[in-house]
Structure formats: C-alpha cells, structure tokens
Write a protein that binds this ligand. Structure first.
Ligand code: HEC
Ligand code: HEC
Ligand code: HEC
Length: 336
C-alpha cells in the first residue's frame, strides 16, 4: 500500500520536472518578441520572475526552482549563453536554440546581467579580488609580477599577456589553478581553497583583464577585539626574531600596503577595500602582541588582501618580521 503511494508520488514529481513538457505548456511561441526586454518578459519571467529573482508562480512547483539572478554572481556570461542555448538537463530550464538566434540569446543574457545581476556580480568580483590578494598576489603581483617573482626559477608570466593571448578561458583557468603547473612554483590549489573561491578568483581575473571598472567598497573591516590581551607574551615556538632582517623585509614587502611608518597608508592602500592595518592605533597597540602578529603574518587575514606569508617564509623569517613590527610600531613608546 504505502509503497505504491510513494511510487505514485515519485511519478508525479518526475512528470512535473520533465523539462520539455513544462516548456510546451508555458510558452506558445510569440512572434512579437523583439527587444531583449520583451523576450525576457514573454518567455523567461514566468519562471524567473519579473524582477529576475526567481519569484514567480512557477517557482514553487519546480525542483530545482528557477535561478534567482539577483544572487547568482557566480554565473558567467558564457555559462548563461550556453544554458539558454542548450538548456540544463534535469531541470525545467529548456533549450531555446530553436526559438531565438544566437545573437538574440547573447542580447538576452546581457540584458539579464545588466538588469538583475549587477550587485551580485560586483560582490563576486570583490570576493575574487580578496582570494587573489590572499593566495596569488605574492607571486603574480597587481598586474604582472609580485614581490616573490624575482626569486623564482620560472617567473610567473604577466597574466595580462596570458589573457591577451586568449588561451585562458574558464575551463583552462580552473585546471591550472586546481592542478598547478609542473616544474614551476605555481601551486595546485585543489583541496587548499574551496572551489567557490577558485571560481571567484577566475571571475575576478577575467574581469580584471578585460579592464572593466573595479567593484565598489562593500565589505566592512574586521571587528575590533574587546578582550584584554597580554602584550608581553613571547614569540611562539621559542623563536627569537631578528628585527634587522625583519625591517629590511618589511620595507621591501609589507610597506607597500602598511606604509613605511606602519600607519597603514602605503601606496597600495588607496585601492583596497579593507584597508591595511594601522599598527600605530590603539586597537593595534592593545591587541597585536607577538603571537598575534606571528599568526596574522603566517596565515594572512581571510577576507582581506593580507597575504598568507606562511606559504613562502619559514618560521624564523616570520619571527624576524614579527619582531620588527612589534618593536618599531606596536611597542614604540615602551620597549619590553
Ligand atoms: C519553465 C521555467 C523556466 C523558464 C521558462 C526559463 N527558465 Fe531559466 N531556469 C529554470 C530552472 C528550473 C533553472 C535551473 C536552476 C538551477 O539549476 O538551480 C534555470 C536556470 C537558468 C539559468 C542558469 C543556468 C545555470 O547554468 O545554472 C539561466 C541563465 C536561465 N535559466 C536563463 C533563462 C532565460 C534567459 C530564459 C528565457 C529565455 C529562461 N531561463 C526561461 C527555469 C526556467
Ligand atoms: C608561489 C608562487 C605562485 C603562487 C602563490 C601562485 N602562482 Fe600562478 N604561477 C606561478 C608560476 C611560477 C607560474 C608559471 C609561469 C608561467 O608560465 O606563467 C604561474 C602560472 C599561472 C597561470 C598561467 C599563466 C599562463 O602563463 O598561462 C595562472 C592563470 C596562474 N598562475 C594563476 C594563479 C592564481 C589564480 C593563483 C592564486 C589562486 C596563483 N596563480 C598563485 C607562481 C605562483
Ligand atoms: C597587499 C597588501 C598587504 C601586504 C603586502 C601586507 N599586508 Fe598586512 N594587512 C593587510 C590588510 C588588508 C590587513 C587587514 C586589516 C584588517 O583586517 O583590519 C592586514 C593586516 C595585518 C596585520 C593584523 C592582522 C590582524 O589580525 O588584525 C598584521 C600584523 C600584518 N598585516 C602584518 C603584515 C606584514 C608583517 C606584512 C609583510 C610581511 C604584511 N602585513 C603585508 C594588507 C597587506
């Protein structure tokens, strides 16, 4: 008894989500469609909603529900063109290739992106920029080569040139970033950062090298810590830092963001969403003890452009630069 109910229910569900049947029911072809806006209203809005947010009469009965474009910042233009042309198997999204010309489909996708997706696209790019700052910038730099490039046997190719050569589509980038490049320092990021971040950094790079305007500042800086901190704690792992080595390293590699004075106003800071930490302010002086600096330098600050130096410096080197920051900026007034 029970079993046949379940079976019946399954058959109904399967029938409901069989894509071609749905599309036939909803959409008699309309010859009046001409502008992308009209095409969207007459053919897509019934599922994706008038505002592109997936809020439509059809949405509650479809599994999966139609895409909400207003939060789908990870959808690339190519992927959308592909899906609209070919449909998406296992969903109610059918192929439109017999209804519209390729040019109409491109126009339609650009309309959807411009009209509904701007905010989502911008925040995806901001996210990608941070992933880049955190994981890639040390070697690849802002444009071209990063601070570590000169120490590598095979220096990273200027990404602008690689993109200009036209061989870096999404699939190729995903492959390079997840698997790395053999015989070079290009690491395999598979398992180190989630796919979501890899996709974001790809979107960021592709956008960056198309010279589109950068995203606006949307993300807040890190919250202040309120816990009292023991500022006299020693360096982790019994290390003793060499502030002279650290100072040289700081001036060559950190001052571009944190400033030569440690005030967070290095030349790059103007362009950054979350500003580099000012080591002279009260918050820094009451929270950034040696272990905190050591850990921040090693791991970077997730969600900002602060790189994870642990990927390229050893513990002793990190202790050196930590000691320099601590003595020269944090504890300037009363040396321990
Ligand atoms: C019958 C309902 C329906 C109609 C009509 C419809 N879609 Fe969809 N669409 C869906 C569903 C369902 C999905 C899949 C959502 C998912 O996988 O999360 C989808 C997904 C998409 C995606 C995302 C593709 C991806 O790879 O994830 C795009 C882009 C899209 N639709 C564009 C359109 C456009 C443009 C039209 C009009 C020409 C249209 N859709 C008409 C139901 C519909
Ligand atoms: C430790 C240094 C290092 C880090 C970190 C690094 N790369 Fe690389 N990358 C390289 C080197 C070296 C190459 C190979 C030289 C070359 O052919 O460009 C390379 C090559 C590449 C290429 C291929 C360029 C081409 O010439 O076709 C891409 C794309 C790329 N890296 C993206 C990234 C991204 C994205 C990240 C961060 C998620 C990253 N890299 C992190 C050093 C690095
Ligand atoms: C590309 C720019 C950039 C570079 C280069 C950089 N930083 Fe940062 N740094 C940041 C940003 C952004 C933050 C985050 C500020 C925040 O969260 O308020 C930060 C935060 C920090 C913090 C505080 C972390 C915390 O937990 O609050 C320390 C310490 C620090 N950086 C040290 C360094 C040192 C040492 C170097 C060089 C080895 C360096 N940074 C290089 C951008 C940079």
């Amino acid at each position: 008894m029970k079993f046949s109910y379940i079976l019946a229910a399954l058959i109904i569900i399967v029938n409901c989500t069989t894509a071609p049947a749905m599309a036939q029911v909803f959409y008699p072809p309309k010859s009046t469609d001409s502008t992308p806006e009209q095409i969207f209203k007459n053919n897509c809005a019934v599922c994706h909603g008038d505002n592109g947010d997936g809020n439509s009469r059809a949405s509650s009965s479809l599994i999966p529900p139609p895409r909400n474009f207003t939060i789908a910042g990870d959808l690339t233009r190519e992927k959308m063109i592909y899906t609209v042309t070919n449909g998406k198997p296992g969903t109610a999204m059918t192929s439109w290739r017999t209804r519209f010309t390729p040019v109409q489909i491109e126009g339609l996708v650009d309309y959807v992106r411009g009209r509904f997706m701007q905010t989502a696209i911008q925040s995806q790019l901001t996210f990608g920029r941070m992933v880049y700052g955190h994981n890639c910038q040390l070697c690849h730099g802002d444009k071209g080569q990063g601070v570590l490039a000169k120490d590598l046997k095979v220096a990273p190719r200027d990404l602008a040139l690689a993109f200009a050569a036209g061989d870096l589509n999404h699939t190729r980038l995903f492959e390079i970033i997840t698997r790395g490049l053999p015989n070079t320092a290009m690491p395999a990021f598979s398992g180190k950062i989630p796919d979501e971040q890899i996709n974001a950094v790809i979107d960021f790079l592709r956008d960056e090298y198309k010279a589109v305007t950068p995203p606006p500042s949307v993300l807040p800086s890190a919250p202040a810590a309120n816990m009292p901190v023991d500022m006299s704690l020693p360096m982790p792992k019994n290390l003793v830092g060499d502030p002279q080595w650290g100072g040289e390293f700081f001036m060559n590699n950190c001052s571009v963001c944190h400033g030569t004075l440690g005030n967070g106003q290095g030349p790059r800071s103007n362009f950054m969403v979350t500003k580099p930490r000012n080591f002279l302010d009260d918050l820094s002086r009451t929270t950034l003890n040696r272990p905190a600096i050591f850990s921040a330098v090693t791991l970077g600050r997730v969600g900002t452009e602060m790189p994870a130096w642990g990927q390229v410096l050893n513990d002793q080197e990190i202790a050196n630069v930590t000691e320099f920051v601590f003595q020269n900026f944090i504890h300037k007034k009363s040396t321990p």
